[in-house]
Design a protein around this ligand. Structure first.
Ligand code: NAD
Length: 259
């Protein structure tokens, strides 16, 4: 299927690795010129170079922390009026809410709620004026089925989800959609880190812990960033203009409910 977005521009956050990279690769594969944002310059540049080589699209790399005002200013200076915005940043740490300070909450809200809202604010009116826009927020399956030790994530991402639910109904008449992609367990650095930590705590090897996790997922495996990117590219396509304000779960069947 031709997604109809060749020649468009995208700002993809958290794009040097993992799910953000999967989205950037899928969009670039459809001929979208991408601006990639991540913190570590050499990792980011290596990703940018690989995407350039494979796809031939224009790839711009911006090394910054997207959760800071300065980082957002740098990203928007490089790509002021994207047709497509993929919001993504690192997830908050796990823990017990009794130990979290106000600063911990503010950091989680900054990364997983307020930064996406700031970037939407900076770009959505241009999309409306051009009568095309696609915004995808990478959130988490924890929005639908909370994970007890990830209270910072459950809370901050639910705030973003609630905000987007209202705005997405305002923009769709202008062919600007806003949707959330909810990853379950995808094989990325972040997942390896969390499995490594729980394996160490349980006195198991990482391989054992990974095998046990896979077994709990109906698909019997983790998702791949390429699968995640393909879903993102579809949401950004011309064919998805009637879909807005949705929370799309990609979890290999892990969520047990009918809806
Ligand atoms: P990852 O650690 O593999 O990659 C994260 C990417 O974001 C990297 O490119 C990193 O450089 C970049 N990044 C992180 N913080 C940033 C910041 N402040 N500014 C700019 N770039 C930043 O992580 P991932 O697994 O791809 O996860 C992406 C998001 O999805 C995270 O918020 C994570 O919590 C969430 N998530 C992931 C899974 C999973 O299974 N992988 C499940 C649920 C939710």
């Amino acid at each position: 299927m031709d997604l109809g977005i060749s020649g468009k521009t995208a700002l993809v956050c958290g794009a040097s690795k993992g799910l953000g990279r999967g989205c950037a690769e899928a969009l670039a594969g459809e001929g979208v010129h991408v601006t990639l944002v991540a913190r570590t310059p050499d990792v980011l540049e290596a990703t940018a170079e690989e995407i350039r080589r494979k796809t031939g699209v224009k790839v711009t790399a911006v090394a910054c922390d997207i959760t800071t005002p300065d980082g957002r200013a740098k990203a928007l200076a490089a790509c002021p009026q994207p047709d497509i915005l993929v919001n993504n940043a690192g997830g908050p740490p796990p823990g017990d809410f009794r130990n979290w300070t106000r600063e911990d909450w503010i950091a989680a809200l900054d990364a997983n709620m307020l930064t996406p809202i700031e970037l939407i604010k900076a770009t959505v009116d241009g999309m409306i004026a051009r009568r095309f826009g696609r915004i995808v927020n990478i959130t988490s399956s924890a929005v639908k089925a909370p994970i007890d030790i990830l209270g910072l994530s459950n809370g901050a991402r639910s705030g973003l989800t609630g905000f987007v639910a209202g705005l997405a109904r305002k923009t769709v008449a202008h062919n600007v959609t806003i949707n959330n992609l909810l990853p379950g367990q995808f094989e990325t650095d972040r997942l390896m880190k969390t499995i490594g930590a729980s394996a160490a705590a349980a006195g198991k090897s990482v391989d054992e812990a990974m095998a046990a996790r896979r077994k709990q997922i109906p698909a019997q495996r983790f998702g791949s960033p390429a699968e995640f990117g393909a879903a993102c590219a579809y949401l950004c396509s011309v064919h998805a203009g009637y879909m807005t304000g949705q929370n799309v779960l990609l979890d290999g069947g892990n969520y047990p409910g009918t809806f």
